[in-house]
Write a protein that binds this ligand. Sequence first.
Ligand SMILES: *Cc1c(COP(=O)(O)O)cnc(C)c1O
Length: 387
Amino acid sequence: MTKRIINFTFVRMDDIKMVDLTGQYLRLKKEIDASIQSVLDSGIFIKGPEVSAFAGRLGRFLDVEHVIPCANGTDALQIALMALDLNPGDEVITTPFTFIATVEVIALLGLKPVFVDIDAATFNMDPEKLEAAITDRTRAIIPVHLFGQSAAMSKIIEVADSHGIPIIEDAAQAIGAEYKGSSWQKCGTMGTMGTFSFFPSKNLGAYGDGGAICTNDPDLARKMKLIANHGSKDKYYYETVGMNSRLDAIQAAILNAKLDHLEDFIRRRIVAADRYDRFLADCPSVALPSRDENARHVFHQYTIKVLENRDGMKDALAKRHIPSAVYYPKPLHTQKAYLAYGYNAGDFPIAEKSCDLVLSLPMHTELTEAQQAFIAENIIVLSKSIE
Ligand SMILES: *Cc1c(COP(=O)(O)O)cnc(C)c1O
């Protein structure tokens, strides 16, 4: 039985965007323009008050002691790993179902990525499979809070602590997401270090690249500040091998303006996700995103599983001017660039299967109910014809 959800004849189909950065900018234009202008007027483009203000404010938002801004979320991961002083061949555990950056930095530092398969419902690292992946060379665990939902941190922390292994949370997709262990905490603040990305399409997006690392450990904070700044505290004196990874002042100014709206951005995404849940509740052969009751999902992506012919669904939606995306089409352990680590197809069957089923629907802060109804009606019709 098809329920007609809403009259969608007034939806201009061409308007539906996977991510609508322009729409959000136009809504906040006055504040953002003023913030950018103040940097131009100040003549301070690297470091300076906007960057330190952002670090302090993000720390208060996250309820964490130290925030180190850096150039992007990939550098954030690299800086966090470098702060652990690892040796070539040391092992770092992560998931094969994530953006490449998580694994790339492990490889770049001469470390060995060790994968743990994911949970089929949440797409996050399966904590029940973590213990078996730990060896006497394991030096770090990087859980990823994929699509905006926390990994199952209680169990991950329990296993990591029992071996004394530090955790770096990749919270690039999950700023503002929360998890309930002994109390509710923000993603990125539960492990030893947490990393964030301000890539424009992330939930708190700059208008260029940006990133940050946070920690409650003062020694690691000091070290990461050095590393992000050529290994130097005093100009031209170097204590450690570092990198040039700074958050631009203009990006910091944009982020300062947008940070005031982050809770509203999150609320809008959750409202949109709730609407998709409602509109697609009876849709055959589609599985909706599963929500961990101990997590506050911030819906960086709204990712369904299309159980029959996902690619057919994606193409048919595109013909109706409805964008969608596959995050991610191929797990990292079978990627050509990473074959040298010796993994094979079949090693992480849930990650592999998920790559064939996932479909992320348009999700952003400007999505309207009418647009979502139009998207959902089309998915329902298509899933019936594909069945
Ligand atoms: C976006 C992202 C990163 C990298 O962030 P950049 O700012 O693009 O370098 C790392 N990990 C995950 C899971 C991401 O989604």
